[in-house]
Design a binder for this molecule. Sequence first.
Ligand SMILES: [Ca+2]
Length: 323
Amino acid sequence: MRIRTAAALVFCLAGSQQTAWAGYDSHPKFEQFATELEKEYQIPPEEAKRWLAQSKRLNSVLEAISRPAERTLQWDRYQDIFLTQKRIQGGKKFLKTHAALLAKAEQEYGVPREIITAIIGVETFYGTRQGSYRVLDSLATLAFDYPKRPLFWKQLKAFFAMTRDEGLDPGKIKGSYAGAMGYGQFIPTSFLAYAVDGDNDGKRDLWNNPADAIASVANYFKRHGWRTDEPVTQRVRVQGSAYEPLVNDNRKPKWTAGQLIDKGVSFTQEGGDLQRPANLIRLQGKQGAEFWLGEYNFYVITRYNHSRMYAMAVYQLSKALSE
Ligand SMILES: [Ca+2]
């Protein structure tokens, strides 16, 4: 008990010292950051200094990034989290409330409304759980104090470009501990590349404006190669052992449907071009191993989030929403 108290006290002091040495503008790597920011986005170093002086190290962010809980789950548990009655009901309500916006996005980008809705449902429970971290703090903490992932260094630069472009106050933006923002949890580089102004009011507001959020998710899918009216996946059966080296091999399909059949895979839904790209996916389900056909659109969903379980949850939620 005494040891724990002492440790807690030390931790507490360390924490207050860390916030006391002001912001990340006094970090040894600040000059490099400011130089790159100016070179890449023409943002003057004084701007970087002004904002980073207000940034704070968040130990909770470093703790959160060190335990990526969802990735360690198997599909049997993962689906319990994302395919609940509550999430299905919420999605049906979202489809109804935003029917006109979803129809417009579907027409313009060729992405089904149920897929757009399922993404937003899995990411933020339809916009209601967007994350409460101040992105200035979370991204600065990860960029400067989590060198294992240079991605965040890049994201912090893009974050300042985003707030400049949109006329936003960097200190007021909220998001996940990893800097994902809004209904669809766009990271700053995704915002710069794929966010669109869905209602033509001159702003891209992915936090409060469902028109912008819906159109941006649809645009993301279109730009990543979504194939309109093509399937996503279907359950398959396997026999023999020739299929084994193909299991979960490449995110991007590198086989054809015909080649999978040759290796002992049989489809539950017949038809379709045997020359089309395809993958073999195995998930650990409640009744043991499940095998699925990864169509090209399944791969496109994994470009939103690399996890096969994520893509499957989005697909199955979208199916539940269309019933
Ligand atoms: Ca807008």
